[in-house]
Ligand binder design. Structure first.
Ligand code: ADP
Ligand code: MG
Length: 217
């Protein structure tokens, strides 16, 4: 798969017998930044779930360079992420605790929160999810994913429900992640986000011919 992190052929997802996604061919290179655009209901979120290996496709092939490690290496940030009812610190540290990497928790917390745009992470460490704005919550959720050092960061309309300052911080964070070598695939309609990151755009369509579904590769 020379350089390709993902390669999909004739990838189909169906829910209750209805086709939600049909992509003839899609390739994503390691280290690439890709935007998924297209009208509501065209399958962006569905494709992200498949790329995160949270669902199996109804038909077709999805190859990943890391093989079965995809579940661990790819992380999906949802549009309205859910934080557990514990402190921000514990939300960010939880994944590392599960992996028994507890030696470096404070350092990782600081570093990932800063990467997610928090200039003073310790000011947020003891807060609960209800003491955060929508934008702060989205960025804490991003920090919690960065703590696991993902190879692929999948984002589903990350700026849809956040204030302008958080949207800018998120754009910068995603840009930095990609500069650090993380492959980024982001569904978005947000013109500011599309402008902020130099990424290839793949337009999904509601008619499933090759041209409407994915840009030429
Ligand atoms: P987008 O993110 O581009 O708005 P989605 O991937 O959410 O599109 O949805 C694609 C299509 O699949 C839509 O018609 C949607 O209603 C349908 N769909 C998505 N998820 C499910 C599901 N879990 N069950 C049934 N239908 C779904
Ligand atoms: Mg969606």
């Amino acid at each position: 798969m020379s350089g390709k992190l993902y390669e999909a052929r004739n990838l189909v997802q169906r829910y209750n017998g209805r086709e939600a996604l049909n992509v003839q061919h899609l390739a994503i290179e390691e280290g690439e930044a890709v935007f998924l655009t297209g009208p509501n209901g065209c399958g962006k979120s569905t494709l992200l779930r498949l790329l995160a290996f949270l669902e199996r496709p109804a038909a077709g092939e999805l190859r990943y360079a890391g093989g079965a490690e995809g579940r661990k290496e790819a992380t999906l940030l949802l549009q309205d992420p859910y934080l557990l009812h514990m402190s921000v610190f514990n939300n960010v540290a939880l994944g590392l605790k599960f992996r028994n990497q507890t030696g470096e928790l404070r350092q990782v917390f600081e570093c990932c929160m800063q990467a997610a745009g928090f200039a003073d992470p310790w000011n947020f460490a003891d807060r609960g999810p209800r003491e955060l704005s929508g934008g702060e919550l989205q960025r804490v959720a991003l920090a919690s994913r960065l703590a696991l050092r993902p190879r692929v960061l999948l984002l589903d309309e990350p700026t849809a429900n956040v204030d302008a300052a958080s949207a800018r911080a998120l754009a910068q964070a995603v840009k930095n992640c990609n500069a650090d070598g993380i492959t980024v695939v982001c569904a978005t309609h947000d013109p500011a986000l599309l402008r902020a990151i130099d990424a290839r755009e793949i337009r999904l369509g509601t008619s499933w011919d090759m041209d409407a579904c994915a840009s030429p590769l």
